[in-house]
Write a protein that binds this ligand. Sequence first.
Ligand code: FES
Length: 167
Amino acid sequence: MKYFQRRKLLKFFFIFVIFGGIVGQAVYILIKFFLPKANYGPPQRIKIGAPHKFSDGPNFLSEHQIFVIKEGNKFHAISSVCTHLGCNVTVKKLTGPKTVTVSGKEIEEKWEFHCPCHGSSFYGDGTPYTGPAPSPLPAFKLSVSTVERKLIVDKGSEVSADWRLTV
Ligand code: FES
């Protein structure tokens, strides 16, 4: 009698496990079906051209909303999107080098960024010093593509303001 009960219980358990697995898989497939798979946002990694095509200083790439800054063989990229309400900042070249103190560290700058919308100003490294902008202009990682040797900016990867790519 006990033997038959145990068998019945075991049979019920296996049916339950198999049925649970099938239902679980069906629910998983259904959820995946309704979740969007495509990324409709702009691409995060963008090829922006060969290093030699950039001139010394800030190069504004309006279509990507970044400044690619070339200093000799060193490159870095800063967002042109103001951290207040998202206007594009403009670059203002200084008449001569200026030394400013940012977070206790002295930096020499040759240009600054200004926002035409509400008057925020940013040092050359993107740090805001006047106006309503609450945070620095983000700096993005740059790399060089292996085959074409073109610069790639990764807007999904922020780096510190003093990060540089040597080409
Ligand atoms: S959007 Fe730049 S200061 Fe307001």
